[in-house]
Design a protein around this ligand. Structure first.
Ligand code: NAI
Length: 216
């Protein structure tokens, strides 16, 4: 843990991509890969990949490359994917329901136990087999069900209220989709997701590709 905490965020943010490609390789029955081959797949240079993985002890062998299964397992451990997390979703509208509907999160170990909303028309409905409950019951539910991750998919004006409930009821990490800078105690980790930032980057690339040389 000590060593991992010193690894830069830039490296940490590349690990899920390695993890995903290694999973795809395993699905194709490939169990050995060189850093050059990984480089072709991921778009990172081979030396970058070796440097990244050296932060955690290397894993590769000169002249052999990497054992895909072993490397995926080790990266999974580093990312904390070797355990399951109980999660809840606050805000059972379009996005909250979409997140609950996606079984892939559950397959990766993130189980949505319940959605919570304040709209009486939604309370009692089910998304897959996951019930939407009254947000007033959320704190108690979190405490009683060992919930570690709270997801925020409410409008931005309600995001801080939800973050406060999460903070007080023992949530350890918040996956925040609301476009709001929530404040929480230092012991809680917040990961903000902004799909539109990614979309704006796409727009940037489109703009720059369609410009004639020396444009503007
Ligand atoms: P929506 O209006 O369909 O759903 C919001 C839900 O939150 C509603 O069901 C509403 O009743 C509920 N709600 C409001 N206050 C609440 C409270 N105090 N406690 C519990 N539930 C409460 O909205 P939509 O489209 O699902 O978007 C949800 C949030 O996600 C918005 O903040 C939106 O800006 C954000 N968003 C973020 C994206 C991203 O990339 N991060 C992409 C799309 C949406």
């Amino acid at each position: 843990m000590e060593r991992e905490s010193k690894v830069s965020m830039t490296v940490i943010r590349r690990l899920p991509k390695y993890y995903r490609y290694l999973g795809e390789l395993l699905n194709k029955g490939i169990n050995r890969i060189s850093s050059q081959e990984l480089s072709k797949l991921t778009g990172f240079t081979a030396s970058q990949i070796r440097q990244d993985l050296n932060n955690f002890g290397g894993f590769g062998q000169q002249g052999y490359g990497y054992n895909v299964d072993e490397l995926k397992t080790e990266l999974g451990k580093i990312l904390g994917l070797d355990k399951c997390y109980n999660t809840v979703i606050a805000g059972a509208g379009n996005l909250g329901q979409a997140v609950a509907n996606y079984k892939g999160f559950e397959d990766a170990g993130f189980k949505v136990l319940s959605l919570f909303d304040k709209n009486p028309k939604l309370i009692g409905l089910k998304i897959r087999d996951i019930e939407i409950k009254d947000v007033d019951e959320m704190a108690k539910f979190i405490e009683e069900n060992d919930v570690e991750i709270g997801i925020i998919t409410t409008p931005k004006n309600n995001a801080q209220d939800i973050a406060d409930i999460y903070s007080k009821s023992g949530i350890k990490g918040i996956w925040n989709f609301a476009p709001a800078d929530i404040k929480v105690p230092e012991t809680i980790v917040v990961e903000n997701v902004h799909l539109n930032e990614s979309l704006f980057i796409l727009s940037y690339f489109l703009k720059n590709h369609i410009l004639p040389e020396g444009g503007f």
